[in-house]
Design a binder for this molecule. Structure first.
Ligand code: ADP
Ligand code: MG
Length: 410
């Protein structure tokens, strides 16, 4: 990815000196800059001064990645960031301009991949996510965000089109290695798959609140580098893909991300560990905590609500693999960032992950339908979904649920 002239240290220093509250009294020599290498999309700098005489001693200077227009709407991203800043979830924004912004610095370190399945971390992420997914029920949640269609489905269309364009562009550039990688990937098959996937993830909807298909405000990129560990708990950052989406997507994405470590210092600059996908026990623990927060009631690990969510999350695991596979093809011609992350290599890893998971899932579904006759077992004691969000009238909703289910079963 190309970055603009703004990334010159003297430019960053001069913008920060002018814009960060209190820094105009500093000389440019007093302003230090370190580049941060964890992100894959933007160019980031820690900018700081070594004095107690100002209130903010450290800020984050972000230069947006170029060519991101295929991936998300930049104006919407700013408005989402500002909303989350107002809610004190995203960092404060001190200033912004063409292609850059200055953010509050969080004194924290990103989570390490190897800690993601530690029950202490797993449960904190689950509970944070349950809380995050309730944001869109706030009375002051902006309408223009609430009205967005689920990002998973939208992106399956727009990103797959972008993926095709990017693949054509790469083929024309006639780089032998890229062509070999694209052939191995099987781009046409990848793009065609979206139609089946769209149907599969939404099929057999029990219509019950918390079963994975509630449309909520979702983070859409829950992974270790976007979770900071602070002294007072975990904190999500990086909301550039955040949008309305099915709640199962974020959970599935976090599960998938347990297998990928992007801090690996050698080619292809990430490492895959398939055995780190959360076990069934981990998945149930995560979903029980998530639902206890999201539904604001005690949900134990053996509750049928947990089974329903786990089932939907398993379907959405395919969406996570799929979207990051096509995202990575889109990013390939825009490479490279400041490390040499191999986007086509990663696209193949995620597409292989997709195929492997699909085979397992269909085998499992085949076995389940032999036992149950195919239908999903729904519980009358659950709250029926009423267009997203959490219903509070449990008794009435449960009665409505029973009637609706009886009607459906005829
Ligand atoms: P990208 O979109 O490129 O992934 P992120 O916003 O996720 O960028 O940031 C990448 C890394 O930069 C994070 O993993 C974290 O280490 C650091 N970082 C980002 N924002 C902040 C912040 N406000 N304060 C401190 N560190 C941050
Ligand atoms: Mg990030």
């Amino acid at each position: 990815m190309k970055f603009s002239e703004i990334s010159r240290p003297e430019t960053i220093r001069s913008i920060c000196r002018e814009k960060v509250p209190g820094w105009h009294v500093m000389s440019e020599e007093q302003i230090a800059i370190d580049q941060i290498c964890e992100g894959l999309s933007n160019q980031l700098f820690k900018v700081y001064v070594d004095t107690d005489s100002v209130q903010n001693q450290c800020v984050l200077f972000r230069i947006y990645g170029k060519d991101v227009a295929t991936l998300y709407d930049q104006d919407l991203e700013i408005s989402i960031f500002q909303t989350l800043s107002k809610y004190q979830i995203a960092p404060k924004m001190y200033a912004n301009g063409e292609g850059w912004r200055i953010e509050e610095w969080h004194h924290a370190v990103p989570l390490k991949t190897r800690y993601m399945r530690n029950p202490s971390i797993l449960t904190q992420v689950a509970s944070q996510l349950g809380r995050f997914h309730k944001l869109s029920t706030r009375a002051d949640f902006p309408r223009h965000i609430l009205e967005l269609k689920p990002a998973s489905i939208r992106r399956m269309n727009t990103w797959a089109d972008g993926c095709k364009e990017a693949a054509d562009k790469l083929r024309k550039a006639s780089d032998v290695e890229s062509n070999r990688q694209l052939t191995a990937l099987g781009v046409d098959e990848l793009i065609e798959e979206r139609e089946w996937l769209k149907t599969f993830i939404l099929a057999d909807d029990p219509g019950i609140c918390g079963s994975g298909l509630d449309i909520v405000f979702a983070h859409n990129d829950v992974q270790e580098n976007n979770i900071l560990q602070t002294h007072y708990g975990l904190r999500f950052i990086d909301f550039e893909y955040s949008s309305m989406d099915y709640q199962a997507y974020d959970v599935a994405n976090f599960f998938c991300e347990c297998m990928y470590d992007y801090t690996f210092g050698q080619y292809p600059f990430y490492i895959t560990s398939l055995s780190d996908f959360p076990s069934e026990w981990d998945q149930r623990l995560f979903c029980a905590i998530y639902l206890s927060e999201y539904l604001e009631s005690v949900v134990k690990m053996d509750d049928p609500a947990v089974s329903r969510l786990v089932d939907r999350v398993q379907r959405f695991t395919l969406v996570s693999h799929y979207l990051w596979a096509i995202w990575s093809v889109i990013r390939a011609p825009q490479a490279c960032t400041f490390n040499d992350f191999d986007f086509l290599h990663y696209a193949k890893a995620r597409w292989d992950g997709y195929k492997r998971h699909k085979t397992l899932l269909l085998e499992k579904k085949g076995k389940t339908s032999e036992i149950t006759g195919g239908g999903l077992v729904s519980r009358p004691s659950s709250v029926m979904r009423s267009g997203g969000g959490v219903s509070t009238n449990v008794t009435i909703a449960a009665l409505v649920g029973v009637v609706a289910l009886l009607a459906l079963r005829r």
